[in-house]
Design a protein around this ligand. Sequence first.
Ligand SMILES: C[S@@+](CC[C@H](N)C(=O)[O-])C[C@H]1O[C@@H](n2cnc3c(N)ncnc32)[C@H](O)[C@@H]1O
Length: 341
Amino acid sequence: MFSCFQSGEQNRMRHVIEEAVTCLMKSTKSHGKIAVADLGCSSGPNALALVSCAVDAIFQHYAVACEQVPAELSVFLNDLPDNDFNIVAKSLVAFQESHQHIGHVTVGIVPGSFYKRLFTTSSLHLILASNSVHWLSEAPEDLRTHGIPMYDGDDDLRQARRPLVLEAYARQFKKDFKLFLNLRAQELVAGGQMVISVPGTCAGDDTGHSNLPWVAWDPVASILNDMATRGVIDREKLDLFYIPTHGPSARELKEIIEEEGSFMINKMLVHEPNMDKSLITPKAMALLTRAVFEPMMAQHFGKSDEIMEELVKTTERHVNMGSPPVNAATFVFLCVSLTKM
Ligand SMILES: C[S@@+](CC[C@H](N)C(=O)[O-])C[C@H]1O[C@@H](n2cnc3c(N)ncnc32)[C@H](O)[C@@H]1O
């Protein structure tokens, strides 16, 4: 279900990537070399989907223009060092071989955080990122240093602190995303393109930043709170556990891009997740929640089958009671296409 959910969004990006390639061909001189990178590629069946779409669009451009394809086309895939790059490496080589008859494609894996420099200055022409930049570099600093939990067990305290918690998350996202833009601007050539899709919220655009309801961690935090109340996980540990994600609104994203100042916004699309609703069963939701949160929960609460099985059961129960781990009413995907100025 997870890969289908993501591939739905990647398909939606296809057209925007093709437009970015057209724009790139008009605005930059590639000198026979084009380099494309996907940041936060993961290792599943979708790992090569975006770069593959970009490479097809580049070759298509040259075919239509009856021009010689670039002498060197480089494709890079990035993710955190813990990612399973074995599968990615095999798929990359298969991809390279399947394109041999069209042009010379070199491939590379770049492990590391996209909150650091990953590529040399002015070496990339097109950067892609789908469903990855909502992961923060760390839990919101203000909450950690003041010992404020993301989800207080006490209902009144939680309601009272909610604006403060949401603002801390929004502030951390702003800091991280500005850094991300700045680093990528250094790595792109002038006129280089970037297409990013990020899960976000449609609510903040109507209600203002301080009321931003988050789309992912809130319901999951309530599931964890339920588990702590029953003693399945330790309350004190839960109070120190922060899910480091933030789903921005379109306005929030636009303001950060404009404030950072390295990129011009070509286009921003806001749409609901594109997926087959029949796949969203309580069990599938519960397994998806486990797939996303197991690594960070194991790190924080300790590796435990019992905790994971309880997470699945509790999530299923919450979904059956009408509170799914994703708030469908406000959950959207934001797809933004940018040109480096
Ligand atoms: C939900 S997956 C998305 C995978 C793929 N892009 C897709 O759309 O199917 C998010 C990926 O972002 C990666 N990620 C999160 N933070 C990252 C960081 N700071 N640097 C690089 N990758 C990161 C995760 O490891 C994960 O593989």
